[in-house]
Design a protein around this ligand. Structure first.
Ligand SMILES: [Fe+2]
Ligand SMILES: [Fe+2]
Length: 274
């Protein structure tokens, strides 16, 4: 299995663009998967430069209904004529951010994309095939990101605290290895890993994705005590972690001190082989 970061917040390669967003290309024996699409068409420009053929992608997984993950959907639909895009039932709910430091901002998906027969709306989890499974509706409240308090969803015309029921994670099983891919881990990376273990009686081998420890609305990093708690909880697992995007550099550095080699960064253009 090969995982290429098509876009993330930073790029170490001058020829590759970066943005606040996430898009991963994952190639397995059976599938060419796109996990999220970044915030704009940058993922497609980078794919071209990285030798990734987006027309050959056979399945897209959208982690949740935020623009920095689904902002490239329109571009993808013009470049690929076949792949279905799997998302949770309310991914297209209106989503907003609003903090005491910033005005209310729409951060949801482009409503003009609806309706589309290539969208597959999923409620809860779903076994797609022997390799792929969607994992959702995470309970638990250990070290949940405090930045969630500035994120809202529209319900019956009124704004409510987002419950992130529009969030899903992807489990990939190949050659006896299990990879868990998360977008922003709004429900909390510790809760996601806890629930995985509770339901499956084992841990994934590798976890990749954003941990939402940077609150973009308030431009604030997560409290060091929370990051420390997350680091200690993850350190107790026998899992290799890779993160970036909404984890934020300050929290990443703090986690890196605790986790050492168990944590890596997925900047734009990086590649991981499992
Ligand atoms: Fe994000
Ligand atoms: Fe998000």
């Amino acid at each position: 299995m090969i995982i290429k970061t098509l876009v993330e917040n930073i790029s170490e390669k001058p020829e590759l663009g970066a943005e606040h967003g996430l898009c991963l290309y994952i190639e397995t024996k059976r599938h060419k998967i796109l996990f999220d699409t970044g915030a704009s068409k940058i993922f497609a420009e980078n794919a071209l430069k990285m030798g990734v053929d987006l027309a050959a992608v056979d399945i897209v997984i959208l982690s949740h209904g935020h623009y920095d993950h689904g902002g490239g959907i329109r571009t993808f639909l013009t470049l690929n004529q076949t792949a279905k895009i799997y998302m949770q039932q309310n991914a297209f709910q209106n989503h907003f951010s609003h903090s005491i430091f910033s005005q209310q901002k729409y951060i949801g998906l482009d409503q003009g994309l609806l309706p589309n027969s290539r969208f597959v709306f999923v409620e809860n989890g779903l076994i797609i095939d022997e390799e792929l499974e969607l994992f959702s509706k995470i309970a638990g409240n250990r070290f949940s990101p405090s930045g969630n308090q500035d994120l809202y969803m529209e319900m019956n015309g009124e704004l409510q605290q987002d419950d992130f029921s529009h969030e899903q994670d992807l489990i990939i099983s190949e050659n006896g290895k299990t990879l868990l891919v998360v977008g922003c881990a709004h429900r909390g990376i510790v809760n996601i890993v806890d629930q995985f273990k509770q339901e499956r009686k084992k841990m994934p081998d590798v976890v990749i994705g954003g941990f939402h420890l940077y609150n973009g609305a308030a431009k604030r990093d997560e409290a060091p005590a929370i990051v420390d708690g997350i680091g200690q909880a993850l350190a107790e697992t026998k899992v290799q972690y890779f993160t970036g995007h909404c984890t934020g550099m300050k929290s990443y550095e703090q986690l890196k001190v605790i986790l050492g080699d168990k944590l890596g960064y997925i900047s734009t253009g990086s590649q991981i082989s499992l």
